[in-house]
Write a protein that binds this ligand. Structure first.
Ligand SMILES: [Zn+2]
Length: 341
């Protein structure tokens, strides 16, 4: 399977974030890339550098106001006397029906959901290359390859059309799905990350042409808290085209696979022409986030069930944090996926 990745994705190197109010090192580190590259190579993947696809495929799912913010906010932030090196918000609108402020501090609060996505001088460039890896993987699948893997880092599924959050800036899975829409009338996104894909859900919530399905730890006591419940089913034309499967904390392979079966049946009923797999590996039993208990062998079984859908598939990397098995978990998934082809 072809893997897409650009060295420029490494430049974003966030230093910290707040966890339960306490400053902690940011776990979304560039070294994740080395582990994931090793995992992809061990699965027999060839690594390819994507082309620069410009802003068009990104602007297809993100607002112009937000992209202008991402591009310029770090430079503007440095003009504030005493400001932090990285852009980190400290005030948020209670709801977003108020006015749009001209202030850099106000805009940071408007466009950033939490403290986990600090913006440095390199962030926008890295996030664009991450998205272009997804675009290139989608183009590869549209040209006839059965599947491709986009090593997207920084990740994307917590980014809404105009809000960053949860280590995410540009929603790579949404960019891939929208790119696939050029050739496919209906596209499904299946998100198997530990955390609910709230940004992806938000982007497509009112649409019937992109089905969004997410299996994740129950948000009642877990990030992203405000989204990911079973009664979120879409709205307007999109009603019935969003399907959430929250799982009890520490659920293991059997429960995950049971939910996956339900997710796959929903996807089959939608009859899409292409699939995006938002592949988080943080549902792993040894992941530092500790939310679910999927095993390394479990990732192969998950991949086999998804590959049995027999859909042209773009696999987009989401979460999965530093632990001994990070490489092996990716190898397990990609090998399991390939074994069904
Ligand atoms: Zn996650």
């Amino acid at each position: 399977m072809k893997t897409f990745y650009a060295e420029e994705q490494r430049r974003h190197d966030p230093k910290g974030f707040l966890s339960s109010g306490a400053p902690q090192p940011n776990p979304e580190k560039p070294v994740r890339i080395d582990r994931l590259l090793a995992g992809a190579r061990a699965a027999g993947c060839s690594i390819h550098h994507p082309s620069d696809h410009g802003l068009a495929p990104i602007a297809a799912v993100h607002s112009p106001e937000y992209l202008e913010f991402l591009q310029n906010i770090h430079r503007r932030w440095q003009l504030i006397p005493g400001a932090s090196h990285e852009v980190i918000p400290n005030i948020h609108p209670i709801n977003r029906s108020g006015s749009y402020p001209a202030s850099a501090v106000g805009q940071a609060g408007y466009h950033m959901a939490d403290t986990s996505c600090p913006i440095s001088a390199e962030t926008f460039e890295s996030a664009c290359w991450s998205a272009w890896s997804a675009v290139e993987a989608a183009a590869t699948v549209m040209s006839g390859e059965p599947a491709a893997y986009a090593l997207c880092r920084p990740p994307g599924h917590h980014a809404f059309a105009d809000v960053a959050g949860g280590f995410c800036f540009i929603n790579n899975s949404a960019v891939a799905a929208q790119t696939l829409r050029k050739h496919a009338d209906r596209v499904a996104i299946l998100d198997v990350d530990l955390h609910h894909g709230n940004g992806t859900q938000g982007i497509f919530y009112g649409r019937a042409d992109v089905l969004t399905v997410s299996i994740h730890a129950d948000p009642v006591r877990f990030y992203p808290f405000f989204w990911g419940y079973a009664d979120e089913r879409g709205e307007g034309a999109g009603l019935g085209y969003n399907y959430n499967l929250p799982l009890a904390r520490k659920s293991g392979d059997d429960i995950f696979l049971e939910a996956l079966d339900s997710a796959c049946r929903r996807i089959e009923a939608f009859a899409p022409q292409a699939l995006v797999v938002a592949l988080g590996l943080d549902a792993f039993e040894g992941d530092p986030f500790g939310g679910l208990s999927v095993s390394t062998a479990g990732f192969a079984k998950i991949a086999e069930r998804i590959a049995a859908l027999r859909l042209p598939s773009v696999i987009v990397q989401e979460g999965g944090y530093l632990c001994d098995a990070l490489s092996d978990n990716l190898t397990s998934f990609l090998t399991g996926f390939g074994s069904m082809r």
